[in-house]
Write a protein that binds this ligand. Structure first.
Ligand SMILES: Cc1cc2nc3c(=O)[nH]c(=O)nc-3n(C[C@H](O)[C@H](O)[C@H](O)COP(=O)(O)OP(=O)(O)OC[C@H]3O[C@@H](n4cnc5c(N)ncnc54)[C@H](O)[C@@H]3O)c2cc1C
Length: 165
């Protein structure tokens, strides 16, 4: 155990325990820490995992010629309609707000000479809607920025890092 852990003989008091500190764990911690005391239990280093290795990018239908309905349609078609439609809708509807969060943290998504985002058209997508950062280092940059936000909260809010080796 190390880094920021304050465990007493009586143990830890917490409202929520999150196992893992990849993108899912850190984003959940950020949201939940607004209302709850959150403890993250993770192995290895904070942020280590698949998320920081993600290369291709993150899809969000937020350009003027794109739409959430088109993104949903493409996703359902790519899954041969075996997808859970309710989950697909919910995830894709959140793409805009989530990207705005990362923009507000100055995550360095790649831009062209004119300053517009360089959007890639990956398999199954009918439009260019995949944002990437540092070429193929998208996950690295996104985890770096979400970790920074968690660290700020850790100082003044209630995220406790409990790292188990
Ligand atoms: C090389 C590569 C490239 C990828 N490229 C893309 C891409 O371009 N776009 C895309 O959308 N997706 C991509 N993916 C998939 C994407 O990275 C994953 O879907 C995503 O990161 C999953 O996030 P997560 O938070 O659930 O998992 P992770 O980021 O893997 O986090 C899991 C966390 O749980 C912790 N953990 C695991 N076991 C335990 C345990 N027993 N006890 C405590 N903690 C534990 C880990 O240490 C880690 O902190 C890629 C994956 C890889 C490997």
């Amino acid at each position: 155990m190390r880094e920021g852990c304050s465990m007493t003989n009586e143990g830890i008091t917490t409202d929520v325990v999150i196992i893992g500190s990849g993108m899912a764990g850190l984003m959940a911690a950020l949201q939940l820490s607004k209302r709850r005391k959150v403890t993250i239990v993770t192995k290895s280093a904070i942020g280590a995992g698949n998320s920081e290795k993600a290369q291709g990018g993150i899809a969000a239908a937020i350009s003027a010629d794109d739409s959430t309905s088109s993104h949903i349609k493409d996703t359902l078609a790519a899954g041969f309609n075996h997808n859970n439609e309710r989950v697909v809708n919910k995830l894709i509807e959140q793409a805009g707000p989530v990207m705005n969060m990362f923009f507000s943290w100055n995550t360095p998504f790649d831009r062209d000479d004119k300053g517009d985002f360089q959007l890639a058209k990956e398999g199954a997508h009918s439009r260019r809607r995949v944002f990437h950062a540092g070429g193929d280092a998208t996950g690295f940059h996104m985890i770096k920025h979400v970790k920074e936000q968690c660290s700020k909260i850790y100082k003044c809010w209630n995220i406790l890092w409990l790292m188990i080796f």
